[in-house]
Design a protein around this ligand. Structure first.
Ligand code: NAD
Length: 287
């Protein structure tokens, strides 16, 4: 039986519609739109595209967006100073520093410098720490949050399921494992030192692949009836975008699977907008 294709574009569009309505309600209530500031400090063309898309998506739901573009040779202290200025600005609700940054910067120090209440990427240790303690009252990283929404959109109840996460990054693997655990899944996290990846994948009722290696997960590894969320974005030599999972084979065995592109990617941006709305509501209404 062919798998249900989880349409990330459609789920993200619905979420964006809901956010637009809530932003309009907030504006009617407080008279000002949420304000997202995106900082681009590299000359990486892919990052420039991501930042532009985030700004455009924000404007479409009524969130104000400002982009700070700094030259790639900007000094470490100058970027930290900008973050401090944005932290102190009462008219800024969300700050996103587009990663990766050039190597003169200390990424961890930049993340720690952010006001956790404005950390719409959910990477600050306070937000990550709350999440790992089972407390989702902080800001939750966008891609992991998007993965959970996609699983829920497929009607999957995570309680008691065996979820296998491939990857243990601060950005995806670790927070998505926390979110799965918080929803009562039994979670296995695999990484580059995992001995038998195929065996671990074969036990997954829910598989989240966040590695960054083209089609590393073979279709024949996937458990029959599994839900497969492919976070990976890889560009193959022919210039085509591919995921971490070999899609055709996996789709023959899975009950539901996300495509690449059109799966997790659109959810990441929608969840960034949601986080900006949450941050603005907490700062401007709930204080
Ligand atoms: P990362 O490089 O920080 O982490 C990769 C992880 O994969 C590491 O924890 C590593 O241990 C693990 N790994 C490497 N080789 C492995 C192997 N052979 N077996 C098992 N695990 C292995 O990457 P990241 O930031 O977590 O991103 C992962 C992928 O997701 C990338 O392709 C990235 O482009 C993509 N991504 C997509 C979105 C989106 O919106 N769709 C967002 C963020 C990241």
């Amino acid at each position: 039986m062919a798998a249900q294709i989880i349409d990330g574009k459609a789920v993200a569009q619905r979420l964006r519609g809901e956010i637009k309505t809530k932003v309009a309600d907030l504006v009617a209530h407080i008279g000002v739109a949420p304000h997202l500031v995106v900082v681009l400090a590299s000359d990486d063309p892919a990052s420039a595209v991501y930042v532009r898309n985030k700004g455009k998506a924000a404007e479409e739901v009524g969130i104000r967006s400002t982009q700070h573009t700094l030259p790639a040779n900007t000094e470490k202290a100058a970027l930290l100073e900008l973050i401090q200025k944005l932290n102190a600005d009462p008219d800024v609700d969300g700050i996103l520093v587009q990663l990766p940054v050039p190597k003169q910067h200390d990424t961890e120090a930049l993340i720690r410098a952010l006001d956790p209440a404005k950390d719409v990427d959910g990477l600050h240790p306070l937000n990550a720490g709350l999440l790992s303690r089972g407390d989702e009252s902080g800001l939750i990283p966008c891609t992991p949050k998007g993965c959970i929404k996609l699983i829920e959109s497929a009607g999957v109840d995570l309680a008691g399921k065996h979820a296998v996460v491939l990857g243990r990054s601060r950005l995806v693997g670790r927070p998505v494992a926390d979110l799965l655990l918080n929803r009562n899944a039994t979670v296995t996290t695999c990484h580059s030192r995992t001995k038998d990846l195929a065996q671990e994948v074969g036990r997954a009722d829910v598989l989240i692949a966040a590695i960054g290696k083209e089609e590393l997960v073979k279709g024949s590894w996937v458990k029959f009836g599994a839900t497969v969320i492919d976070v990976g974005i890889n560009r193959n030599p022919a210039g085509k975008l591919t995921g971490d999972v070999a899609f055709p084979g996996a789709a023959e065995r899975a009950a539901a699977i996300t495509p690449v592109p059109g799966g997790v990617g659109p959810m990441t941006i929608a969840c960034l907008l949601e986080n900006t709305l949450i941050a603005a509501t907490r700062r401007r209404v709930m204080r």
